[in-house]
Ligand binder design. Structure first.
Ligand SMILES: [Zn+2]
Length: 315
C-alpha cells in the first residue's frame, strides 16, 4: 500500500519559494524551550574552530535542539522538553494507520497548531549551516527535525531523515500536496469548528479534548479518496532503506561529522554516528546535556547552537 510513495534522499524537500518569508525574526531568540547553559567557553570555541577548519567535507546532523532557539520545544530536554513538561506523547505510526479516530484527533490538533507551528523562522544556527554549504564546507546536512527550518534558511544539500510536516501524501495513490493547501481543505470542511491552540509540540501537535475533536471533519485524498498522512516518520515507523543508504553514501564521502542539537537517543539518527565511528571520522557534538555518543565523540560542547556556531569562522 505504501509503495506508491517514492522516498529518496534529499530530493523531495519543499523548495524555499513555497514559503512566504525567508527572513529571520530580528527579535532576540525565544529561549523558553532552551535548557539553561553557560555562554560558550573560549577554549571550546577554539576547539570547535580547529575541528571545522580541519574539515573539508563536513557531514552535519541536527536535531530538535537546533530549533528550540526558534521557539519550538524539543521532546527530551531536562525541564523544558515536551516529555518533562507534559504527559503528551507523539502519535504512534500503527495507531494512525489503524484508527480513524486517531487520525481525526491527530488532524484536529494539527489543524489548530498549524498557523503557529508553520510560522516559526530559522535562527542563527540554521543560517550558519546554510552559509557553510554555500562556502563548500558542509558536504551534507541530515536533520531529524520535521519543522522545515533548514529549508526556510535555504539549505539544499540536505536530507530530512524523518520527513517534513509541510508535506502531506496519500497512503493510497502517493499523491503529494503541501500542508498549507490541506489547511484550506480543513477550513472549507469545518467552517464553524473552533478550538484554541496552546502548547504546540515539535511536530505541530496541540492538546484538545475528545469533545473538541469529535466534530472535526478530515478530508480524504482528492484523487483516490485514500487516507492522508503527513510526510513524517511517526514514532514506531522506520526510515526507508533507500533513504538510509543515501545518507550512508553521503557520510562515506565526508571527512568529519558534527552533531548539533541532538541527544541522538533515536536509533534512526544514531546509526550514522556509529558508522562515522567505524570509519574513524572525527566527531564533534554540540548539545546542551548528555548524548548517546559522549563516550566516543572527539569533542563535546555544551552550548546553544545559535550562540556557538556563529562564532566559528569558516575558511
Ligand atoms: Zn490518493
Amino acid at each position: 500500500m505504501f509503495s506508491a510513495r517514492k522516498c529518496s534522499g534529499g530530493f523531495r524537500a519543499i523548495r524555499p519559494h513555497h514559503f512566504r518569508s525567508h527572513s529571520v525574526s530580528r527579535a532576540s531568540p525565544n529561549l523558553t524551550f532552551v535548557p539553561a547553559c553557560l555562554p560558550p567557553d573560549p577554549v571550546e570555541v577554539e576547539e570547535l574552530q580547529r575541528f571545522v577548519s580541519n574539515s573539508k567535507r563536513l557531514f552535519v546532523m541536527t536535531g530538535a535542539g537546533i530549533s528550540t532557539e526558534s521557539g519550538i520545544p524539543d521532546y527530551r530536554s531536562e525541564g523544558v522538553g515536551l516529555y518533562a513538561r507534559t504527559d503528551r506523547r507523539p502519535v504512534q505510526h500503527a495507531e494512525f494507520i489503524r484508527s480513524a479516530s486517531a487520525r481525526q484527533r491527530y488532524w484536529a490538533r494539527n489543524f489548530v497548531g498549524w498557523p503557529q507551528f508553520s510560522s516559526h523562522q530559522p535562527n542563527k544556527a540554521h543560517l550558519v549551516l546554510r552559509d557553510w554549504e554555500k562556502l563548500g564546507k558542509l558536504h551534507w546536512l541530515v536533520t531529524q527535525n520535521v519543522d522545515a527550518l533548514h529549508t526556510k534558511a535555504g539549505s539544499q544539500r540536505m536530507t530530512e531523515l524523518h520527513g517534513c510536516t509541510h508535506r502531506v501524501f496519500c497512503l493510497g495513490c502517493g499523491d503529494q500536496i503541501l500542508r498549507s493547501e490541506l489547511q484550506e481543505h480543513f477550513e472549507a470542511l469545518n467552517p464553524t469548528w473552533k478550538a484554541e491552540a496552546f502548547g504546540v509540540a515539535p511536530d505541530g501537535d496541540v492538546f484538545l479534548t475528545d469533545e473538541q475533536v469529535r466534530n472535526f471533519e478530515v478530508p480524504a485524498c482528492r484523487k483516490c479518496g485514500g487516507i492522508l498522512k503527513p510526510d513524517v516518520t511517526f514514532f514506531g515507523d522506520t526510515v526507508s532503506q533507500e533513504k538510509v543508504s543515501f545518507v550512508h553514501q553521503r557520510l562515506a564521502e565526508s571527512d568529519s561529522m558534527l552533531i548539533a542539537g541532538s541527544s541522538m537517543q533515536v536509533y534512526s539518527g544514531y546509526r550514522f554516528a556509529l558508522a562515522a565511528r567505524e570509519k574513524k571520522l572525527p566527531i564533534a557534538v554540540l548539545n546542551i546535556g548528555p548524548t548517546r555518543l559522549d563516550h566516543f565523540a572527539s569533542l563535546k560542547l555544551n552550548s546553544r547552537c545559535g550562540e556557538l556556531l556563529p562564532l566559528i569562522v569558516c575558511t
